[in-house]
Design a protein around this ligand. Structure first.
Ligand SMILES: [Zn+2]
Ligand SMILES: [Zn+2]
Length: 253
């Protein structure tokens, strides 16, 4: 397919849940395959979709928290040693702490995972408030309020726009990432009566939708343990056409 498609590999959180993997998403743009986040279990879920890791061109990270990055180690180890892989070239895009995590892993594990820059190559590209042209895909990165260097992403490809909040609180940058996007993949961690700094609640998502006018909204990163009353906030959103992500669902954007 020559458009943008999104496959949810993990719509979960830090909570260990068989049905909701830690954050991981596959974005296909023409022939390019981009992984967004590699939380624990993302690579196994990717394998279940039939895609081998040597088909992944780029990994984009929103921030360094383990629920979003745990499988980076497994990815590097597998790229280096799986004899069946045909291609071992990877670009990693992420904020400074993610790139630092990569460098620390290389320091700690040494030859077990380090690229040899011939057969196995890794390029790093910082994401902050910048734009990256990734083989015809314009990736806009913007700082969002979560960790000190978290970013949200806006992918533009052939007239379509896909926006991803990462983990984020509501602010002007998040609104500009989401602005009139064709699909907004948006976190909604906690209910309105248990709001947590650096995360969104259903009320925040409603404000975000009003301010940014995305065409479609898919909620992810919803922590477990909401009471019946707390879930009414989510029901308010779904009654207005917002969808809730499920692992292994694929959407054309
Ligand atoms: Zn998270
Ligand atoms: Zn986080």
């Amino acid at each position: 397919m020559d458009g943008l498609t999104l496959t949810v590999l993990g719509c979960g959180t830090t909570a260990i849940d068989y049905n909701k993997g830690c954050p991981g998403f596959l974005l296909k743009a023409g022939r390019k395959n981009i992984l967004l986040e590699t939380g624990s279990g993302t690579l196994y879920r990717l394998a279940r979709t039939g895609m081998s890791i040597d088909k992944i061109n780029t990994v984009c990270y929103s921030h360094h928290h383990p629920d979003h990055t745990s499988d980076l180690l497994a990815l590097l180890h597998s790229l280096k040693w799986d004899p069946c892989l045909k291609k071992r070239h990877l670009k990693i895009i992420g904020p400074p702490k993610v790139l630092d995590l990569y460098r620390q892993l290389i320091l700690y594990y040494g030859d077990s995972i380090s690229p040899d820059n011939r057969r196995f190559k890794v390029n790093l590209e910082p994401a902050s408030d910048n734009q990256i042209n990734e083989g015809g895909i314009l990736i806009e990165c913007k700082r969002v309020s979560h960790t000190t260097d978290s970013v949200g992403y806006r992918f533009n490809y052939k007239g379509k726009t896909f926006a991803y909040s990462g983990d984020a609180g509501l602010d002007e940058n998040l609104i500009s990432i989401a602005k009139k996007s064709d699909l907004l993949l948006c976190e909604c961690s906690f209910p309105d009566n248990r709001k947590f700094r650096g995360h969104l609640s259903p009320g925040d998502v409603e404000s975000l939708i009003v301010s940014s006018g995305p065409k479609k909204v898919l909620l992810t990163h919803i922590y477990p343990g909401w009471s019946k009353e707390e879930k009414e906030g989510l029901q308010r959103l779904t009654s207005r056409g917002v969808s809730i992500a499920e692992d292994f669902v694929t959407l054309a954007i």
